[in-house]
Design a protein around this ligand. Structure first.
Ligand code: FAD
Length: 494
């Protein structure tokens, strides 16, 4: 089979579809190659909550993005603002100032514009009332810089993308795995594909790689993230095995970013090896800032309340992986149980309950009961009970005098019933990848653009180091997908 196209997008997630939409602005012949079969398509993007981190300076900006927002909904919501300064601060702080300046600037400065662009293409958004706001005095107050999600979450995001793309005449081939780039020593001229057992070449004037990182590849995880990472569970798609990165490196592309780093969270201990679309992101357990986490010795090992969960969850998966036997129990008492996020209420959950601490200690599988009871005693005594608990701010209700103090939201564990949830490490995506310029072109080892080759999404390196502010992956996919697809389209259309 041989075919000629203007622009081929490798990947079927948010970044690829944003790139396809941008390229389609020039009336070109565009093809999306999706490795997954249709029923598993959409990459990690489909597993998400659909949350986008977007700069906005007030409710009027949000109204333009979400024209469906009623006056009554606006009246009961305190959206506050999320300025570009706040976004820059968050990126700099969590990446310890390692985020690459040009890429980070693009991400922040183009976030609102790119979301609006998606909205104009037909994408619907809504406020994240459920997970990112608390009701205080009758109003929902948003707390973490993360206010907007795609209508219908991750599945809704991908469904909308597919519909919008099809309306624009963009063709999608499912079960079509890109194997290698066709390269004449100067420019990329096409891609070799495997589909239904057959291998064929497609010619294209430009290729955009948007086929994810290497999180689903245990061998690469162990090689680059380090020993033990083969034991992590994969939160999302099983199809992101580093193909795009490998294909580009094979023709001389430059690598960039935090290759030993990744986004990884606390994830149900008995979750399957890869994500399950019927559960989505609900194997995560993100209410740990209000409780404590203990390991096999019964001891705490991390400051659960160091910051809002949006700024700690992505790095605590690694901390859990590094514990003996790679697990932790998240522990709560009666005061907090009603506040636990919805994901604690699903059927497939590894949970124990008890009505005394002694019974609790015996039930926590793998945990030294004596160590646990000693730890709870020490912890309860160290809680600053004079400071009121307030989940909406960093409340300063800390512990004092422990080896690892809890900085905020330190609630005692003393009132039955008690509940605990066992988690291990769930990897979301890898941080290392390809080096691109500010036009989305893939650079070679001499930092010159490789003609005909563009990249966007997870497989771009240089944005995230060590940690990540929640909701930035989809935004980065939109900003850099739009950029890469737009540049590819412009180069092809001339
Ligand atoms: C459970 C979970 C929840 C998350 N929640 C959020 C959230 O709410 N907000 C947020 O911003 N981020 C979230 N993320 C992170 C987010 O999913 C990613 O940052 C983002 O979706 C990456 O988009 P992408 O298009 O680069 O990759 P993906 O969406 O993973 O798409 C990659 C695509 O490439 C395809 N592919 C792979 N190899 C090939 C090949 N050889 N040929 C052809 N196709 C190939 C895959 O099948 C897939 O369709 C979450 C991730 C997970 C797993």
């Amino acid at each position: 089979m041989s075919d000629r196209w203007d622009v081929i997008l490798v990947g079927g997630g948010n970044a690829a579809f944003c790139a396809a939409l941008a390229a389609a602005e020039r009336n070109l012949k565009i093809l999306v190659l999706e490795r997954a079969p249709e029923d598993e398509s959409g990459g990690n993007s489909r597993f998400t909550a659909g949350a986008f981190r977007i700069v906005y300076n007030g409710v009027e900006d949000l109204r333009r993005l979400m024209p469906d927002l009623t006056d009554q909904e606006a009246a009961i919501s305190d959206f506050g603002t999320y300025t570009s300064d706040q976004f820059f601060d968050d990126m700099f702080r969590v990446t310890r100032y390692r985020t690459q300046g040009d890429l980070c600037e693009r991400l922040v400065v183009k976030s609102y514009e790119s979301a609006l662009w998606l909205r104009e293409k037909g994408m619907r958004f809504q406020p994240i009332w459920g997970r990112q706001a608390y009701k205080i005095d009758g109003r929902f107050k948003f707390w973490g810089g993360l206010t907007v999600e795609a209508w219908g979450g991750g599945p809704g995001l991908v469904e909308q993308h597919v519909n919008i793309a099809k309306k624009r005449g963009i063709e999608i081939r499912y079960g079509a795995r890109a194997l290698s780039l066709i390269y004449d020593g100067h420019a990329v001229t096409g891609v070799r594909v495997k589909q239904k057992g057959a291998i064929y070449d497609l010619q294209a004037k430009a290729i955009v790689l948007a086929c994810g990182g290497f999180e689903s590849n245990p061998e690469w995880r162990t090689r680059y993230l380090g020993p033990g990472w083969e034991l992590a569970k994969v939160r999302g798609t099983r199809f992101n095995s580093g193909d795009g990165i490998r294909m580009a490196i094979d023709i001389g592309a430059s690598t960039f970013g935090n290759w030993s780093g990744c986004h990884a969270v606390g994830w149900d201990y008995n979750a399957p090896e890869f994500g399950d679309l019927s559960v989505g992101d609900n194997f995560q357990k993100h209410s740990y800032p209000w409780g404590i986490m203990v390991n096999a010795t019964g001891r705490r090992f991390v400051d659960e309340g160091a910051d809002f969960r949006n700024y700690t969850y992505a790095k605590y998966g690694r901390v859990i992986l590094n514990q003996p036997d790679q697990f932790a129990w998240q522990v709560f008492d009666k005061k907090i149980i009603p506040m636990l996020r919805d994901e604690y209420r699903i059927k497939r959950v590894t949970k124990v309950t008890a009505s005394t601490l002694e019974e609790f200690a015996k039930k926590l599988e793998g945990v030294d009961p004596k160590g646990f009871l000693d730890e709870i005693k020490r912890y309860n005594e160290a809680v600053r009970k004079d400071v009121p608990f307030n989940p909406n701010i960093k409340d300063g209700r800390s512990t004092q005098g422990l080896e690892i103090d809890k900085s905020n939201w330190a609630n005692t564990i003393e009132e039955p019933p008690f509940e605990a949830y066992q988690v291990t490490c769930g990897i979301t995506f890898t941080f290392g990848g390809l080096r691109i310029d500010t036009a989305g072109r893939v650079l070679d080892a001499g930092e010159a653009p490789i003609p005909g080759l563009y990249a966007a999404g997870e497989l771009v390196g240089g944005l995230f180091y060590f940690n990540y502010p929640g909701g930035t992956g989809l935004m980065a996919g939109a900003v850099f997908g739009r950029l890469a697809g737009g540049s590819a389209g412009k180069a092809v259309a001339g």
